[in-house]
Design a protein around this ligand. Structure first.
Ligand SMILES: *Cc1c(COP(=O)(O)O)cnc(C)c1O
Length: 382
């Protein structure tokens, strides 16, 4: 493995910052004798619900399961029928789309807005016109930027669409516009939201983890039952359920880190500002820093390099000690497993996949490093 002067992400370093708290939390669980469910999971659920200003949260095994449990609950409770369409931006991580398929629903792929890289009201409008069966919409807050505005709110209300947020990349983000139930917090803007605690996310577990946040008691109860073999009370299995529970060991450690979410996101913002201030190469399209600031938690800092020069820039950066990543180089609809998925033409998604480049932006990356990387980018002349 190459040793980079500027590594993309050092998870060990991030978690060393919480070392004593993590050890204490793990010891507490080991001593408790309770290794499934229990107080640590319940407390994390309360803390997440409170943070998102939503009444219910249910800890689950990971982000993919959080998404698919919500949509399966919608089907089980009759809010959706098998085969109904869920509108989603095609440049998302493939998990968003897999979850729709696993729930017996149908992904309706639309191109994202070129500026926000997120789902737009216009995209939703077009999808609804072309597809009568579209009954739900999944805003994915890609790279940590909230996909929610006045127009999106207006159209989901007018078309009476169910809203499931894929908030895996946007923990702690706050939208300038209130959601359907008053909360402005990512994950609580629509009917239900899914978070992932995958280790690389802004708040990451030391393994897999996820959580569902919702305004509906019925959906919270159904998700909880589905995640536990479909069991609604002892010896009574109401649904053909799964085992998708969150470990108390992960919950206890996550509680240590969750309390620091605001600082983590503030540090990421500082790095994004440093990049935007320094990068001035004419070929590089920088992400927008929104005036509201809080509606973007910088899960990734993604620039675009058009004209087929992205890969050359990536090699040049590697040669200069900068490790980068691609989120994501192959759009889901181009993956072999989704070959037969019908979709409209997706020129924006396909163009973006060839232009995007993610720069290091963990909360451990020193601000000075972001500035130094920006200067290296400015010297690119190939
Ligand atoms: C990480 C991620 C997921 C999946 O979360 P897991 O916990 O890895 O299952 C889903 N959607 C998006 C946008 C993600 O970034």
């Amino acid at each position: 493995m190459k040793n980079y002067r500027f590594p993309f992400l050092d998870l060990g370093e991030i978690n060393r910052g919480y070392y004593s708290g993590l050890c204490e939390a793990a010891e507490r669980v080991i001593a408790s004798g309770r290794y499934i469910g229990g107080e640590e999971v319940e407390r994390l659920e309360c803390e997440m619900a409170e943070m998102c200003r939503a009444p219910y949260a249910v800890g689950v095994s990971n982000g993919l399961d959080a998404l698919r449990l919500i949509m399966t609950a919608w089907v089980e409770t009759g809010l959706l029928s098998r085969g109904d369409g869920v509108i989603v931006a095609a440049n998302t991580y493939i998990a968003s789309i897999l979850a729709i398929i696993h729930s017996g629903l149908r992904p309706v792929l639309v191109d994202p807005d070129e500026k926000t890289l997120n789902l737009s009201a216009e995209g939703v409008e077009k999808a609804c016109m072309a597809d009568e069966g579209a009954k739900a919409v999944m805003p994915v807050h890609l790279y940590g930027r909230v996909a929610w505005d006045k127009d999106l709110r207006e159209i989901v209300t007018r078309k009476e669409l169910l809203v499931i947020e894929d908030a895996a990349q946007a923990i702690g983000a706050i939208s300038p516009r209130p959601g359907l139930f008053g909360s402005r917090h990512a994950g609580a803007l629509g009917h239900a939201g899914a978070f992932s605690f995958y280790p690389t996310k802004n708040i990451g577990a030391l393994g897999d983890g996820g959580i569902v946040v919702t305004h509906s008691k019925r959906i919270a109860d159904t998700v909880r039952a589905l995640a536990n073999y479909g069991k609604t009370s002892q010896y009574h299995n109401e649904y053909v359920g799964f085992n998708c529970r969150l470990d108390p060991l992960q919950a206890a450690m996550l509680r240590v880190k969750l309390g620091d979410a605001r600082n983590v996101n503030a540090r990421r913002f500082e790095r994004a500002v440093a990049y935007n201030n320094v990068i001035s190469h004419p070929l590089v399209i920088k992400p927008e820093i929104t005036p509201q600031v809080t509606d973007q938690v910088w899960h990734q800092y993604v620039v675009r390099i058009p004209e087929g020069r992205r890969d050359r820039m990536r090699l040049y950066l590697a040669d200069n000690g900068v490790e980068t990543a691609l989120h994501y180089p192959v759009p889901p609809h181009c993956q072999p497993c989704l070959r037969s998925l019908p979709h409209s033409p997706l020129p924006v998604t396909e163009k973006l996949a060839s232009e995007i480049l993610s720069l290091p932006i963990s909360d451990c990356t020193p601000v000075a490093d972001a500035a130094a990387i920006g200067r290296i980018i400015n010297s690119f002349n190939q």
